[in-house]
Design a protein around this ligand. Structure first.
Ligand code: ADE
Ligand code: ZN
Length: 321
């Protein structure tokens, strides 16, 4: 399972690490009725036509997360698996709005996840930090409220991100939330150019001040944007297995990773929602290594890019590089 060289995981939604076995365990523990017969039935539904068809299942299975312990168990299970695959640093996304709408309190979510992150270094050998993602298919004012609440409760977040359904939800809708984040010294990232057009990558950079773009593969449709990304070495967190499973690209063979690298972009490899897309970061590395005949040096460069693109502190960076 272990994949060398060690890497940083920068594009991982904690709710996307909820494996079918844990979904069933939590459902039983909480007495949650699930519309699936068993684990195999649930797993058989992991076939997606696009981002929205995945999000429908992703938000539905989350209903098993009810207590602080549930969020802690999910986080610990992820860190254990990530460490086994060679991950040494994680910047973890979470989607509080997806829990708030179900009546789960913000404190339950934050305390559950952060209690495990606080000991991730000692328990799993993985340094970690937390990034709150705003759901772009919900009211932008709600994002501002959630961020204010997180700031008020002094939640241990290092940054903000933007995720969920991309088409027809341009980044500029979230300008206020991102400006508030910037005023509080938070780092800024955004999903853009996954299903949405290259124009959304421009907006993420210029309107939201995003320092890193999640996915960004559709940037290749705009040569001027490619030049900008290359010149400024804006990190792109690319998730090959996710792109294939959500039918953004037809196969790993046709994944634009070689073009992105050829254009001189700062690309690193990540897993997005590994429980749903058939692989953690090491599986993603293996898939591209095999497909594109990458050698140890190529892989070391991609792993190095993950640390370069991270928000890790200087001391830990030196330890890991
Ligand atoms: N939320 C979880 N996974 C996502 C993805 N791949 N794109 C957008 N939002 C997400
Ligand atoms: Zn993502």
């Amino acid at each position: 399972m272990r994949f060398d060289p060690p890497a940083a995981e920068l594009h991982i939604h904690i709710e996307g690490t909820l494996e079918p076995e844990l979904v069933c365990t939590l459902a039983e523990r909480n007495g949650t009725e699930l519309p699936y017969r068993d684990i195999d039935d649930l797993r058989s539904r992991y076939e997606f036509d696009d981002l929205q068809s995945f999000l429908d299942l992703y938000y539905a299975t989350m209903q098993v997360l009810q207590t602080e312990q549930d969020f802690a168990d999910m986080t610990a299970a992820y860190l254990e698996r990530a460490a086994a695959g060679g991950v040494r640093h994680v910047e973890l996304f979470f989607d509080p709005q997806a829990h708030l709408v179900r009546g789960v309190e913000l404190k339950t979510v934050v305390d559950g996840i952060s209690s495990v992150l606080a000991e991730s270094r000692e328990r799993f050998g993985v340094s970690s930090s937390l990034i709150v993602c705003f759901l772009r298919d919900r009211d932008p004012a709600e994002a501002v409220t959630v961020l204010k609440d997180l700031l008020e409760m002094e939640a241990p977040i290092i940054g903000v991100g933007l995720d969920s359904a991309e088409r027809d939800y341009p980044p500029q809708l979230f300008q206020e939330a991102f400006e508030l984040a910037a005023r509080h010294g938070l780092r800024r990232v955004a999903h853009a150019g996954e299903e949405g057009p290259a124009e959304y990558v421009w907006q993420a950079l210029d309107v939201l001040g995003a320092e890193r773009i999640d996915h960004g593969v559709r940037s290749l449709e705009d040569p001027e944007l490619v030049s900008r990304l290359a010149e400024e070495q804006v990190p792109l967190t690319v998730c090959p297995l996710s792109n294939v499973r959500l039918k953004g690209v037809p196969s790993i063979a046709e994944h634009p990773l070689p073009e992105l690298l050829e254009a001189g972009l700062l690309v690193s490899i990540h897993s997005d929602d590994p429980a749903y897309f058939g692989g953690y970061v090491d599986d993603n590395f293996r898939a591209i290594a095999e497909q594109f005949s990458l050698d140890a040096e190529d892989l070391a460069q991609l792993a190095k890019n993950s640390f370069t693109s991270s928000f890790i502190d200087q001391r830990r960076r030196q330890e890991l590089l």
